[in-house]
Design a protein around this ligand. Sequence first.
Ligand SMILES: [Zn+2]
Length: 308
Amino acid sequence: MKAAYISHPSSLRHEMGAGHPECPDRVAAIADRLLMRGVLDFMESFEAPQATEEQILRAHEARYFAELCAKAPAGDYVHLDPDTAMNEHTWTAALHAAGAAVLATELVGKGGFQRAFCNVRPPGHHAERGQAMGFCFFNNVAVGIRHALEALGFERVALVDFDVHHGNGSEDILAGDDRVLMVSTFQSRLYPFSGAVPRGANMLNVGLPAYSTGDAMRSAVIDHWLPAIRRFAPQMIFVSAGFDAHRDDDMSHLGWADADYAWVTDRIVEVADEVAQGRVVSMLEGGYDLPSLARCVELHLRSLVGIG
Ligand SMILES: [Zn+2]
């Protein structure tokens, strides 16, 4: 199995202020863990290129792209919402994070790789067509999905989002695009307070109650996700891989354990092998408790890469 690991040093330079949970240490903790545990020995490493304007405009409004570029500060932070700020490196890091998705899609779509994981930030699934929010600037996974559809000739792809927050940005961009099936789980009535009513027939949203454990997610996957994915028969599966439903992560009130991340990845791999020739592109989204984040990304990759 050929598997790609994609990162970029700019992920370590974008930061949004002291004490902000979406911090450079996240990608560093993951990289350190993967190196220490030997996982990277089984993956080919790549540096993420910058996405081009054309690639980003497949998912975002031209007005938004231009305004964000103009806001990139030379010095002090520029706040786009109370939680989302740009420093002098944010614009570059955001271009590379979206470019990581494009490269991953290329490698899996035509480069002989079956799996790719992008350890990059800023994350993307809250970024809407014309709006940065929730620590996100460009919707990396949507840029990758549109690249698969519009540059590589894929006709059907699926997006699986297991971050604890609803992927409102991915829904905003992809709702109504019948080339895409999006399935997700998220904690109900948590930021960004969307998802209860899907915005398109191609959206399968499963809200999970606060204080539920991984068992509720497993039921959602078995009862809802897998039948829908099998019916849709995507040619590639994208993953918005957020690790903030973990019981140690205080960003939410769900109680998933390490084993739940291995389990859900195993199910994604099984259905990808069944319908999508094993093609999986996974993008880092949330996950703010560094020890559990690093452990669960390791488990996610052991399953994706097939090294047990
Ligand atoms: Zn999240």
